[in-house]
Design a protein. Sequence first.
Length: 225
Amino acid sequence: MFLNEKIQGQVREMLAPIQNPVELVVFTTSGIELPGQEVGLQDETLGLLKEVVALNPNLSLEQRSLHSDPEAQALGLSHAPTILLREKGSNRSNIRFLGLPAGYEFSTLIEALLMLGTGQSKLGEQSQADLQKVTAPVRMQAFVTPTCPYCPQAVLATFKMAFHNPNVIAEGVEANEFPTLSRRYNISGVPDTIVSGNTQQRILGGQPDRVFVEAAIKASAGVVA
């Protein structure tokens, strides 16, 4: 058990506002790493998520194969576990968390479920409007660790971008679980958010939402930082 009885009660109360059905799709492997793939804490992730979805009837969990699932193949997913968070019945796949959302990142998971389950992102109206300038695909990867108190702010900022614009792919990445991916982007501290589009931007630290909006616009437009 990941959540004791007291924490279960607290989380159940936190999730109570959720009205829209939300599904968590977790892509896992058989434990065998294929070329280009990294495998993290799959069993722990599934165990935690099962406990969370049991606390609200509007939440559901589905486990699929990273190797053989058509959606995983179409999305080019290569890290297990990868969690897709979305409204049930939606074909959106642009809000993701790679790894175990534990420690401080547990709050990221709860806030993401609330955002999807209530339709409220808490992103300012001007930022929502400006975000529509992102017309070319942008990927925002927020590298985090469970012990970093500033990391949830970065991941949630990217999730808000993806929530309001389908051209944005937002990924929270547990940096310790996926060292190869972290080394690819020279991650030396967290939170560190890589924004890739027609150009690449980098956001260090837990910055205000506005910084993420502007970085996404620049990356989409091909503006060099």
